[in-house]
Design a protein around this ligand. Structure first.
Ligand SMILES: Nc1ncnc2c1ncn2[C@@H]1O[C@H](COP(=O)(O)OP(=O)(O)O)[C@@H](O)[C@H]1O
Ligand SMILES: [Mg+2]
Length: 348
């Protein structure tokens, strides 16, 4: 069962104190984790002793049982006065005007995580959303190149005695990257706690202003940096990028387990299968499944996740990345793939 299926079931649970609106509509469903043998649903409450909490937990469990959801478990989380679907850490001062922080992650490097992140940012902006992207890949910041902002030095502003970094604006998106401050080769020396501290500043000391989405291009793999990003920045949910090869898929499982692990427990919006097939520039209607067909879909369903998009391997995506003019700015089928992904994510 996918998160979508379970969300549909939870719509049957009405909140008697809120004009019988359902708990999904009210933004009370904080996360859904469809694991192999159990399904963990976390409901968000605005106060510690909500008089209706017990009733709603019971009603949610009953609905899940009614639909034979495997091993239903309903947990709760208290989220203060903030909107119900925001993790606590998001209250960080600098991100107070940011509605959604979404991590773009991958099991390993080179699968097109940054390509997807940059194009998704541009696509969301084209659809009218206010978007920022923080390039947190300390090992290989590629956002400056991919957006043609390389060599730009962001300004700092002194606001009430506090330094705030002004993001670089281009293509309707606010960009920030560790690459603006350290050269390409230098970035490789950022390791461990130093990298975590630098990253925190890079995201929390930036004057993002009002944003609908802040995308975070996370470093590949799983490690200390990821933990600190998740804890200190308050990444609300993740999009996991993969290619169809088997090796990449094994890495995805590790990445997904990280988000689902007990200390982290962040929802995964779904999987993006990049380089799903090859389409030659001169033959836009042809598809060659050079890395195999259906790998992304199989992986998504085995992990109980949605396959959010399949992005083709086309020369234009690589070239536009190198040229600093993201493919999503255009009007071809590759732009359409990223725009569809944006619609899907905004919907979620
Ligand atoms: N769908 C695609 N079609 C063509 N080239 C792609 C595609 N996705 C990524 N690439 C290219 O593959 C390389 C690695 O992508 P990148 O986004 O930097 O990966 P990551 O951030 O995961 O390390 C880049 O040269 C990029 O232009
Ligand atoms: Mg990258």
């Amino acid at each position: 069962m996918t998160q979508e299926d379970i969300l549909a079931i939870l719509r049957e649970v009405q909140h008697p104190g809120k004009g019988d609106k359902d708990i999904v509509e009210l933004g009370m469903v904080y996360s859904i984790e469809p694991l192999a043998d159990k399904t963990v649903v976390t409901l968000a409450f605005g106060k510690r002793r909500d008089p209706l909490a017990e009733y709603l937990i019971g009603a949610a469990r009953a609905a899940l049982n009614r639909h034979s959801v495997p091993g239903p478990e309903v947990r709760t989380i208290v989220v203060d006065e903030r909107p119900a679907n925001k993790p606590m850490e998001l209250g960080k001062e600098m991100l107070s005007q940011v509605k959604h922080v979404i991590g773009i992650a991958s099991g390993k490097g080179g699968v097109g995580k940054s390509t997807v992140a940059v194009n998704l940012a541009v696509a969301l902006a084209r659809q009218g959303y206010k978007v920022g992207l923080a390039d947190a890949d300390v090992y290989g910041p590629s956002v400056p190149t991919m957006t043609g902002t390389e060599g730009t030095m962001p300004m700092a502003e002194d606001i009430d005695g506090k330094q705030e970094i002004i993001p670089i604006e281009k293509y309707g998106v606010k960009w920030m990257s560790i690459g603006y401050f350290a050269g390409r080769d230098q970035a490789l020396i950022w390791r461990g706690p130093m990298a975590s501290t630098a990253l925190k500043q890079l995201i929390l000391q930036v004057k993002w202003g009002e944003l609908d989405f802040l995308l975070v291009d996370m470093p590949p793999g799983t490690g200390d940096i990821h933990l600190s990003l998740m804890q200190d920045i308050g990444i609300e949910g993740a999009v996991v990028v993969t290619t169809p090869q088997n090796v990449a898929l094994a890495d995805v499982e590790k990445c997904v387990s990280m988000f689902r692990s007990e200390g982290i427990n962040r929802p995964i919006l779904g999987i993006v299968e990049n380089m799903a097939w090859f389409t030659p520039a001169g033959h836009p209607d042809e598809k060659y499944f050079i890395f195999g067909n259906g790998g992304g879909a199989a992986m998504a369903s085995s992990l109980g996740l949605e396959l959010l998009a399949q992005i083709p391997l086309v020369q234009g995506i690589r070239e536009s990345g190198d040229a600093g003019t993201p493919a999503a700015l255009g009007s071809g089928p590759d732009a359409a793939a990223f725009l569809a992904l944006a619609t899907r994510i905004a919907g979620r």
